[in-house]
Design a protein around this ligand. Sequence first.
Ligand SMILES: C[S@@+](CC[C@H](N)C(=O)[O-])C[C@H]1O[C@@H](n2cnc3c(N)ncnc32)[C@H](O)[C@@H]1O
Length: 274
Amino acid sequence: MTTRDPDRLVAAAGRGDPNQDQHFLVDDRVLDRIPEYASAFDLSHVLEIGPGAGALTDRLLAVSDHVTVIERDAALVAFLETEFAEAVADGRLTILEGDAMEIDLPEYSVCISNLPYGISTAVTFRLLRRQRPAVLMFQAEVAERLVATPGTSDYGRLSVGAQHYADVEIVEPVPPEAFDPQPAVDSAIVTVTPRTPEYEVPDDQAFLDLVKALFTQRRKTVRNGIRNTVHISGIEHPEAVIDALPDSIVGKRPDALEPAEFAEIAVTAARIDA
Ligand SMILES: C[S@@+](CC[C@H](N)C(=O)[O-])C[C@H]1O[C@@H](n2cnc3c(N)ncnc32)[C@H](O)[C@@H]1O
């Protein structure tokens, strides 16, 4: 099956505006590989956030029965409706105009997107809660934080939060030259494979609030972090929680804690505050 020339699509749609997070992928080899990274996932209904001029959309239509795209820019939506009129008429492509942070997300089997970098982490957490696999392009620095492990400088709230929901893996670095206009930063493609964590939490939000709270005190011990961040964590009896936890947890800094250790703090706090 022949695919549309990305340079032709960009020329026809009009050049992307970097101030609107519009960096269109124009490297055919990268565009061809993105759906391949999703080949182990259920491709029956692909969600694409930020289709832009449609180069990736075109590749997704080649591997999926149904693609839904969410695009904020009305001019790009109008372009896509004309360019992909046949797929829309056939019911294979649904084009939604709106902000991916606000619009109701449809049911979908996998999300494959070159994300707008301005909303990439926020929209990723919307997606993670849906427990569907994903293949996503991020700014490289964000991708490194998503996959980071304890004891590294990239490890933080984003790493623990994402890895709570899924196995996250960088599968390909992508240089600025693959885009038009070129972003100022390197990029990377990440696969997200949902799974249940090996630890229990009281509820996801309490766990994520605790992780957020402790990483605001990255350089403090967990003991002091728990004391100083009750306004974020919502912990009502911080001293009792600290006393109930082993020194191997409260004596460390948050960037040395495994996700399961954050979970132990959240479970202990929920038990004591109940
Ligand atoms: C990095 S470009 C990717 C375009 C295309 N998928 C590609 O790879 O060439 C991101 C796209 O997301 C759109 N966008 C930016 N913010 C958005 C938002 N909040 N909701 C939906 N789309 C958004 C931009 O207009 C742009 O088309």
